[in-house]
Design a protein around this ligand. Structure first.
Ligand code: IMP
Length: 417
């Protein structure tokens, strides 16, 4: 029987999902993206070479794997081709293995202009978006005026709808935001100009998934961003514009919930967040700086520095419920090496301004290096105690521990396949 495994980020993204999608893909026939866009940044290190993917599913470095992009993904076509060309330059054969749904909304220049203009106007209440037009593209989809990949092959309809959309959005850009409008040509250059190149990669992702499921193939579903950035379940309004949790798979690529066998939650050994919004366990002290420096906590999409804090098990418990997480993967354990003590937030207390105040469990840290450890027994006792503390607080088993960016720097406790 084939198995379908979901990889989901448990907090605010950047948990290290790319590495685990890549590892799990060893045993899979296909990897599927079902939401988000090129706001995602998935870093893979294979044979010492670093690859950052934004849109192409993280299974692409395995030659036998098909990479599917479901209708829930918003597609910036120029960025998609930039990524394809970069992969091709490094010798990876891509086009034949990519299948893009005709239902993907197309990100257009006015989406990017609107994203930036809105953030500017919000001032210090800004969301801290990636500035890639993600939110406005999803808005157009929900408003039922958006253009989708399939529309590129009906140029007459595409151009006339685009003209209407540009008229509407330029009015807002000029009259409300007092900023530059977009031109039709600029929009066509970023969309219709790629139609012929894109055409061979466009096809029915739903049908393909149906075929794979009925032929007992293993499939990996690759979440982007993190559960607390989910538009409905996250820290609204400081969220992204898609549903990032496991429930989004069915609507985002067309596989019913009963086909999902295992939900693997990827969680960092501490917590980080890029952009604005609540972060109860955030640290502003020496430990916070240690995590940022040793963990190299800079966004792989925007290069912004990430905010860092202690492990938030209180939030994780809720995230486990929302996603029905089956097992956890703890990444970047080695970043905690050398700390005198380590803490996890077990629960919150409500503060005077109704804010969440973390209550911590604190235990001794470890001084020995865990970098590159491949077995649980290679870890210092205190590091194992830390993992036990997380497991006990969350009630879900740890399947993997990651001790470095390379594929091999991994402890496999249990393989979900
Ligand atoms: P947007 O997705 O560009 O609209 O940004 C909304 C929020 O989600 C901002 O706080 C971003 O920093 C955050 N965000 C979006 N994509 C990612 C990601 O892949 N990793 C981490 N944060 C992200």
């Amino acid at each position: 029987m084939g198995k379908n495994i979901v990889v989901i980020g448990t907090h605010w993204g950047d948990e290290g999902k790319g590495k685990f999608v890549d590892i799990l893909t060893d045993k899979a026939a296909a990897v599927v993206r079902f939401q988000g866009g090129h706001n995602a940044g998935h870093t893979l290190v294979v044979d010492g070479k670093k690859t950052i993917l934004h849109l192409v599913p993280s299974g692409i470095l395995h030659a036998h794997v098909e990479c599917l992009i479901g209708n829930g993904v918003v597609l910036s076509i120029p960025d998609f081709f930039k990524e394809i060309e970069q992969l091709e330059k490094s010798g990876v054969d891509v086009r034949e293995r990519l299948l893009v749904s005709p239902g993907c909304p197309v990100i257009l220049p006015h989406h990017i202009f609107l994203d930036m203009a809105r953030e500017k106007v919000r001032g210090n209440r800004k969301i801290g978006t990636t500035g890639r037009g993600i939110g406005p593209a999803y808005e157009d989809k929900v408003a039922r005026r958006g253009l989708r990949v399939g529309d590129l092959f009906n140029p007459e309809y595409f151009v006339s709808t685009l003209e209407d959309n540009i008229d509407y959005h330029n009015f807002v850009l000029k009259e409300y935001f007092h900023t530059d409008p977009v031109s039709l040509q600029q929009s066509l250059d970023a969309s219709l100009a790629f139609a012929d190149q894109l055409h061979p990669m466009v096809g029915d992702v739903v049908e393909k998934l149906g075929f794979l499921c009925s032929s007992n193939a293993n499939i990996v579903f690759e979440g982007a961003q993190g559960s607390l950035l989910d538009i409905d379940q996250g820290t609204y309004p400081y969220v992204t514009s898609s549903n990032t949790t496991a429930g989004a798979i069915s609507s985002g690529c067309g596989v019913g919930p009963r086909y999902l066998d295992y939900i693997l939650g990827i969680t960092k050994a501490y917590t980080t967040r890029v952009g604005s919004g609540p972060f109860p366990t955030e640290l502003f002290d020496r430990v916070g700086s240690h995590l940022a420096r040793v963990g190299d906590e800079f966004g792989s999409t925007t290069g912004r520095s990430r905010r860092c804090g202690w492990f938030d098990a209180a939030a994780l418990k809720r995230v486990i419920q929302i996603n029905s997480i089956s097992g956890l993967c703890i990444t970047k354990l080695d970043v905690l090496d050398g700390l005198e003590t380590v803490s996890i937030c077990r629960e919150y207390q409500t503060g005077t301004n109704r804010e969440d105040l973390p209550i911590y469990d604190k235990i001794p840290g470890w001084q020995a290096s865990t970098v590159g450890a491949r077995k649980l027994s290679d870890l210092p006792t205190e590091a194992r105690d830390y993992l036990k503390l997380i497991e006990n607080a969350c009630g879900v088993p740890i399947d993997y521990v990651s001790t470095g960016p390379k594929r091999e720097d991994t402890i496999e406790v249990s393989n979900p396949f």
